[in-house]
Design a binder for this molecule. Structure first.
Ligand code: SF4
Length: 400
């Protein structure tokens, strides 16, 4: 191990807050095992419990119509495009009913930046869903959407969030973070929220008592310094509010996007980036593995490189799968990925409250092999050679 890497890791483990230039040094260090070991040490201090966690929910992309243009997005369709959709209520109800029947208690509801849907439309949607499914947490609307709602409705951000919470919004996902540096955002997105406003959505939500997650999509046009700046901006907001429950990072998936000339980064880079994030984000209680982009083995290894949570076992995922990622896990596979490391697998909710017994385990074990989740625009369903075909459920994870 280089002397620099050893010194930085020793100081960090002794309690010194990781500085930005030291984090960049770690991101260029070849000493992956040492960085991973340090991240795992921090994780074990934060989570001495004998379990590691997972969640069950369903991703519902209520619309793919979007006024923004993101070069990395294979999911959206511009307004008036023949393939644009807004899900009908009956389709939404059916998806949530199916989720509940499979033991899920949360939906991740996100969509494009629709040009005409009003704030009242979203309020009515939330009220309707909460009335029908009071037990289901709605983890919904990424900061770009919330910011867009405020613009379309011409209402202050605080009022928009208050009204959505009042209507039934339970928690906010961290989607649309990509890299929180305006140079990067301006180079690959048009018409989408910039860094300060993305962070402000979370800040205001936290000030209202809400909780949310934070994300990072790395491995495209950002420099390593910008990757660390992203972490720094998150750490600052968390110092102010304490409202982030978790951080998750994943590598850019180039297939079917305008940026498919960029070669994908590999598992070494993923594990190193996540481990450095664990060390840098000393005020974040949880780090989620992103097995949906990395596969089961690396997703499992991530639990030894700073993650304490396997993320969500999801019944439907459209956005990452549209960019070509098709990793699938069953509930049994996700739980065994945890238990093979010597930890007890425990289900949690979005607030990281855990449950010693997961009633979904027996339910999933009794299910026959199925072929499709009826997943709307999902490109992950029904693939004849996919793992889902041979599994009990066509479930893959997402990025919340
Ligand atoms: S990433 Fe989100 S905001 Fe960007 S084009 Fe896709 S759906 Fe729209």
């Amino acid at each position: 191990m280089s002397r620099d890497t050893r010194t930085i890791l020793e100081e960090t483990l002794a309690g010194k807050r990781l500085a930005a230039d030291d984090a960049v040094a770690l991101l260029t260090s070849p000493d992956l095992a040492a960085i991973g070991h340090a991240a795992d040490t921090v994780t074990r201090r934060l989570h001495p419990e004998p379990w590691r966690t997972y969640n069950i929910d369903r991703n519902i992309n209520y619309t793919n119509i979007c006024t923004a243009v993101c070069d990395f997005c294979a999911f959206y369709r511009p307004p008036k495009h023949a393939e644009g959709y807004v899900l009908e209520r009956e389709e939404l109800y059916a998806k949530i009913e199916e989720t509940v029947a499979l033991g899920g208690d949360q939906i991740l509801m996100q969509g494009g930046l629709h040009p005409t849907l009003s704030l009242e439309w979203y309020e009515e949607l939330l009220r309707d869903l909460k009335q029908r499914f009071p037990q289901v947490n709605i983890h919904g609307f990424s900061p770009p959407e919330i910011y867009h709602f405020a613009k379309v409705s011409k209402r202050p951000l605080k009022e928009v969030l208050e009204r959505l919470a009042e209507a039934g919004l339970g928690s906010l996902p961290g989607g649309g973070g990509e890299i929180l540096v305006d140079r990067v955002r301006a180079a690959m997105t048009r018409g989408k929220v910039m860094t300060d406003d993305w962070l402000e959505v979370h800040r205001v939500w936290h000030q209202l008592g809400g909780r949310s997650t934070a994300t990072m999509m790395y491995g495209h046009i950002e420099t390593l310094e910008e990757r660390v700046e992203h972490l720094e901006r998150l750490r600052q907001v968390q110092d102010e509010t304490g409202g982030f429950t978790a951080f998750i990072c994943w590598s850019f998936q180039p297939d079917n996007t305008e940026m498919d000339h960029i070669p994908p980064t590999g598992p070494f880079e993923y594990l190193r980036t996540q481990a450095v994030a664990r060390l840098y984000l000393d005020n974040f209680p949880n780090i989620q593995s992103s097995w949906v982009t990395q596969g089961r083995e690396i997703g499992q290894l991530a639990l030894l490189y700073g993650a304490n949570d396997m993320g969500s076992l999801m019944i439907e995922e459209n956005v990452v799968s549209a960019a070509g990622t098709v990793h699938h896990l069953t509930l049994d596979q996700m739980r065994s990925a945890i238990s093979e490391l010597g930890y007890e697998p425990r289900r949690r909710n979005v607030f990281y409250e855990t449950f010693a017994d997961d009633p979904a385990v027996a339910l999933h074990a009794s299910l026959p092999t199925t072929s499709c989740c009826g997943g709307g625009a999902s490109t992950s369903c029904g693939s004849p050679d996919s793992a889902a075909e041979a599994s009990q459920l066509p479930v893959i994870s997402s990025v919340t």
